[in-house]
Design a protein around this ligand. Sequence first.
Ligand code: NAI
Ligand code: MG
Length: 501
Amino acid sequence: MATALKIVPPGNTVSNFVSRTHKLFINGKWVEAASGRTFATYNPATGEVLAQVAEGDRADIDLAVKAARAAFDTGPWRKLSPSERGRMIWKLADLIEENLEELAEIETLDNGKPLKIARAADVPLAADLFRYMAGWATKIEGNTIPISVPYTPGAQYLAYTLREPVGVAGQIIPWNFPLLMAAWKLGPALATGCTVVLKPAEQTPLSVLRLGELIQEAGFPDGVVNIVPGYGETAGAALAAHPKVDKIAFTGSTEVGKLILQAAAGNLKKVSLELGGKSPNVVFADVDLDAAIAGAASAIFFNQGQCCCAGSRLYVEKSIFDKVVDGVAAQAKKINVGSGFESSTDMGPLVSEEQLNRVCGYLESGFSEGATALSGGSRHGDKGYFVKPTVLVNTNESMKVVQEEIFGPVVTAMPFSDPEELITQANDSIYGLAAGIWTRDIKKAHRLAAQMRAGTVWINCYNIFDAALPFGGYKQSGWGREMGKDALEMYTEVKAVCSAL
Ligand code: NAI
Ligand code: MG
């Protein structure tokens, strides 16, 4: 029985917010760009302009860095007790939760993802991340260290370490989880007592601008968080190169990650990078078939495939290959592709025309090299940036679609028979972000987990994230870990203090 489509129109609150003039948030105030310029952000479900946003550039980044510098060096922020800092971060989490519906609708409008996903995942996970990090604010500790100092025999010392905030953090985030990526970046920076200049992606600035208002409401002192929307090549590059920024944190393409690294060399600012992936998802013949098929499908199709850790290379043990790939293709065909505001929608549009063209380009490349599609294989409709969920077979390791990150709803499936060769194949990638393993044999699962060159390994599950679980990449998938206790290390310096007694 077909269920009636329920179109959920964006609520009034959201329309009010979206139709406003969107400014930069610098030193606690909403200001125009120095150049007076604005740029458009689009609704990817329709291709229509949603709003105009002030376009930050070098001059605005300069002002924002000055504000963040002053807030760090001389402002009231550093004088707050860790408990007060923690409570402010917790308050921000409460405000995110209170405004969950509005934030979710903004995310769906600007990014395209299904509203039910933004409501269930993006916004609650952002609130949870801030709560988790709020708890850390009072627990950032050094050690007391018994030292021996052989060249001062008989002398006594008290030696200890302090873990101090690194200073002004520049943070550049992508468009696939706009609010959540802002939370991943801001949470540890604020918990450790840093100040921030944050640049959202030009495709999706709106939810982060709404977050800026909540940051004001939570009572953070002026200049602690500054938000400068703008383009990567201008605002982003200026932030990465800025001599007064102590640390730069970036999530996005590996290509731009390398540019960030070069730009950071000028003042040797600390760098953390969360980059691309081409993650293997391995299914053994002893598996719970239904769970593995559903898991393999959601590993690639979640968020329209626009996940750095998407399970985009599916390796299936030969004896069950046909069953699994047919099963994943059958699931793909059942996925409802449409506007994120329809309650029946499982998959929304890709974020932009550029991304649509990139993904379709990969599909063409795959077909020209001999791949075939068991499902999808093309754009969906002619309005908006939709792509059909696609399962590619007859692929091999030399194809571009197997080697490169597609960042769309496209999985390549390949059979394997020798588990040793499988490990070599699975690790044969410049990336090392995540890996999935599906088997009932726990020994096999944990042995393989140890051999995967990846920052996250999921066993009989996929895309399980938690604020307490570190996330990041081996190889060209990045430097450093976000979330968990490990994230604090990226925002702190260790100071050794040694006192003669
Ligand atoms: P991108 O890496 O160009 O953009 C990500 C962020 O970096 C945006 O905020 C952008 O404004 C900024 N940026 C761009 N150029 C910059 C520069 N020279 N200096 C400083 N900041 C800069 O990613 P894009 O072009 O949107 O997508 C291209 C591909 O990147 C995707 O197809 C996907 O493969 C990958 N990607 C990976 C993401 C991840 O989560 N790891 C997120 C977004 C994209
Ligand atoms: Mg780019």
